[in-house]
Design a protein around this ligand. Structure first.
Ligand SMILES: [Zn+2]
Length: 352
């Protein structure tokens, strides 16, 4: 019963355009009953009415085709599968071209010249080759192994020589460096002695855990009487990378995602995107900034990135799932307050 209409249409596709036709809903196609997933024959095989096959996309869109005989059908299936494969491989190639600059010697050399980067941030070993990208530091191979054990919420390790380095990650590394990072993370050493290059590994591990996990050497935030989210936004606006790192070191996700004030619903991520600063946007994302949060005008970080004209920020936010169309604008304030305002607006002025 594979062919209900029996009108003998066979979809003739140009071999070069099968890939695009598969992606296009308007391809010349015949809609029949959906049977099963994949690219396969859905006819009875030896049905004299014809030979059908269907393409099912990931979104469960379905395209049904009919060939003149089983040989023609199999040729079409082979050709289309080959095109799908080529298309996927092409995407992979494009993606890796765009996203990565493996071991870009100029970028790596530039990172090594940042203040403090000539020795390991944690033990002082010379000429380190490993990076903690979210901390913006360079460390030796032994310390990099300890960093890996901390977990990616504290440290994201990459090799300067072996890993891929998208331009925005190079910029994060160029913006921080061991000098600035240690002025924050080792600010108050409290008579503790930092391990040296030849110190035993467990001594280095104790130091690294005290430094980044227990945050023992991290000074207090710049102001004790101002909310962390406001201090973070102030540091972003002043483009003060040291205080950005310091406040982030104290912040939890709820601080990062907290709007500036009752009247100003912008969060740190909105501000970073409005500044068009891909380094700040990336740091905030690593600290669990929520890409879906909208401000009091219903605008999300992607809207701010677009208005800043920074294609880097736009791409980074989109790659991290920031929606193109944020939810509908809300009224000022929280939804509870908005509801109350609605009630007030419906009451006659004399009652209020
Ligand atoms: Zn080290």
């Amino acid at each position: 019963d594979g062919v209900a209409n029996g009108d003998g249409i066979s979809s003739k596709l140009n071999g070069n355009s099968i890939g695009s036709k598969i992606d296009t809903p308007n391809v010349k196609k015949r809609h029949r009953r959906a049977k099963s997933g994949g690219l396969k024959n859905v006819g009875d095989g030896d049905d004299s009415d014809g030979y059908e096959f269907m393409i099912v996309s990931l979104e469960n869109k379905q395209w049904h085709f009919e060939a003149g005989d089983s040989q023609e059908r199999d040729e079409w299936i082979n050709a289309i599968e080959q095109q799908i494969l080529n298309s996927l491989q092409g995407n992979e190639i494009n993606k890796s071209n765009k996203r990565s600059t493996p071991s870009d010697p100029a970028g790596m050399q530039a990172i090594r010249t940042i203040r403090g980067n000539n020795s390991c941030a944690d033990c002082g070993a010379p000429n380190p080759d490993w990076a903690s990208i979210n901390l913006g530091t360079i460390v030796c191979i032994e310390c990099s192994g300890i960093h890996r054990n901390l977990g990616t919420h504290l440290s994201r390790v990459r090799s300067l020589d072996l890993d891929e380095w998208p331009p925005d990650l190079v910029r994060v590394m160029m913006s921080i460096g061991n000098g600035i990072a240690n002025s924050v993370w080792e600010n108050s050493l409290k008579n503790r002695t930092k391990p040296g290059p030849t110190s035993p590994r467990d001594e280095k591990e104790k130091w690294i855990r005290a430094k980044y996990e227990a945050k023992e050497f991290l000074p207090p935030p710049p102001y004790l009487d101002i909310a962390l989210n406001q201090q973070l936004i102030d540091a972003l606006v002043r483009e003060d990378i040291r205080n950005i790192i310091l406040v982030l070191g104290h912040s939890r996700a709820e601080d990062i995602n907290c709007p500036y004030s009752k009247d100003d619903g912008r969060t740190a991520l909105h501000i970073a995107a409005a500044l068009g600063n891909v380094v700040y946007v990336q740091l905030l994302l690593w600290y669990n900034a929520n890409v879906k949060v909208v401000d009091h005008e219903g605008r999300n970080a992607l809207w701010y990135a677009r208005s800043s004209g920074s294609t880097e920020c736009v791409e980074l936010l989109m790659n991290n799932g920031c929606p193109e169309h944020p939810t509908l604008p809300r009224r000022r304030g929280s939804s509870a307050q908005a509801g109350k305002n609605d009630v007030f607006e419906k009451l006659p002025a004399s009652v209020i």
